[in-house]
Write a protein that binds this ligand. Structure first.
Ligand SMILES: Cc1cc2nc3c(=O)[nH]c(=O)nc-3n(C[C@H](O)[C@H](O)[C@H](O)COP(=O)(O)OP(=O)(O)OC[C@H]3O[C@@H](n4cnc5c(N)ncnc54)[C@H](O)[C@@H]3O)c2cc1C
Length: 385
């Protein structure tokens, strides 16, 4: 595991980059529901979005701990990593299961910033969290697969060149096992758009560039199948641990931002002739949020360290995501309360960050499903669904 001293220069560099993207920038985009193109370009140019790409392909070959530190600092600086975090968390699937030819073909372009891998198509409107019941199909036809179906909440699809797509290649009733029969494809959306791929934006409570996508006889070259046909669910699951760890790190960054903001306001704001932070009723919630954040941070580090050692980290990645999402949401609520009326004013950025961080107890996996995972896989309780 990378130690804290090694990461200090990376953290400082991310902070310095983020300083060029202050609250006004994010407020304007939030009002217009516009994509932070300049911010993503700056992160790409500085090499941060290629953190997990090995050096032989032009990336910086950093560890999961370092990648988590990058995402955490983005959020702790008041910026938003959601428009570009997928490039980090989809990387594990390509690195661990992609062929040498696929890595050679795509990774250098992604590292340079010529190609964006920001879209991850798993969730469907009718299957929800029950991924195994997804209905999008990919049927082999000569040197291609023909894809039909629909995905929902495919974030950043309009701002990505590539999509990692999970589709069914063997009908469920013919599959060898419950988890077999799904396959992962790297879809080149530049070719597919208007050739069977339609993208429709969904406006949400925060600025997230999310969409629904429709596939109608979309042809994907067979060489874009990742790993073996029918084993895609396993590949996606291992990638989901990376996603959970990185998003947990973002939540830690958010929590730090809310706690800093609240503590600083509580020190300065004078009511009844003294700083509001002198009242235990104001300082205790800030202290409680800090304790929750620090405990969650330890679990995020543990999960990242297991992940980079190649060990099973399903339980830790889930627990890290759960604790960190709860910590950031508790800190967000506390921050609004500490600011009183000003917590609702757009110019303080709190209400924007409050809306943004709310997502993470629902996506990429909701609280109940994490609790079910721990109950079943760690505690040996009967599967509940
Ligand atoms: C802004 C946003 C961006 C997203 N980005 C992406 C993306 O880029 N790619 C992608 O593939 N997906 C994406 N998602 C989808 C996200 O991963 C799902 O919304 C999330 O996993 C929850 O699934 P669902 O919405 O279908 O909820 P459902 O599965 O319908 O569940 C609804 C509620 O019921 C609960 N529930 C369901 N089953 C059980 C059970 N057995 N026991 C107890 N409780 C249960 C859940 O916990 C949840 O609270 C995004 C979602 C949002 C909102």
């Amino acid at each position: 595991m990378t130690d804290a001293a090694d990461l200090a220069p990376i953290r400082e560099a991310v902070r310095a980059l983020c300083a060029d993207f202050p609250g006004e920038y994010w407020r304007r985009l939030d009002r217009e529901r516009a994509y932070p193109t300049e911010f993503v370009a700056a992160l790409t140019k500085a090499g941060f979005l290629a953190a997990l790409i090995p050096e032989q392909y032009g990336g910086s070959g950093l560890t999961m701990t370092a990648a988590a530190a990058i995402m955490e600092e983005i959020q702790a600086s008041g910026c938003n990593g959601a428009p570009c975090h997928a490039q980090m968390y989809t990387m594990g699937t390509l690195l661990r299961h992609g062929s040498a030819a696929q890595k050679e073909r795509y990774l250098p372009g992604i590292a340079r910033g010529d190609l964006r891998l920001q879209a991850f198509g798993v969730t469907e409107p009718t299957s929800g969290t029950d991924t195994l019941s997804l209905r999008t199909t990919a049927v082999r036809d000569g040197n291609h697969y023909v894809v039909n179906g629909q995905k929902i909440w495919t974030s950043r699809a309009e701002h990505s060149d590539l999509m990692l797509l999970l589709a069914r290649t063997t009908p469920r009733e013919q599959a060898k096992s419950r988890t077999a029969g799904l396959s992962v494809f790297l879809v080149d959306m530049r070719q597919a758009r208007d050739n069977g791929l339609t993208i429709r934006p969904i406006r949400t409570m925060m600025n997230h560039a999310t969409t629904e996508v429709f596939f109608e006889n979309m042809r994907v070259p067979a060489e874009n199948l990742i790993g073996n046909e029918g084993e895609g669910f396993r590949y996606i699951l291992s990638g989901m641990n990376a996603e959970r760890i990185l998003i947990a790190a973002e939540c830690i960054g958010d929590a730090k931002w809310f706690i800093d903001k609240a503590a600083s306001y509580a020190r300065d704001r004078v009511v009844f002739g003294r700083p509001i932070g002198q009242n235990q009723g104001v300082q205790f919630p800030i202290a409680r949020a800090y304790i929750g954040m620090r405990a969650a941070e330890l679990m995020v580090r543990e999960a990242a360290s297991l992940y980079e050692a190649g060990k099973d980290c399903g339980a830790e990645a889930n627990m890290a995501k759960h604790l960190a999402a709860e910590a950031s949401w508790a800190a967000a609520d506390m921050c609004v309360q500490t600011h009183g009326g000003f917590g609702f004013a757009e110019e303080f950025d709190i209400e924007r960050k409050f809306r943004e961080t709310r997502l993470y107890t629902v996506a990429p996996i909701s609280t109940n499903l994490i609790l079910s995972y721990i109950a079943e896989h760690v505690l040996g309780l009967p599967r509940s669904y």
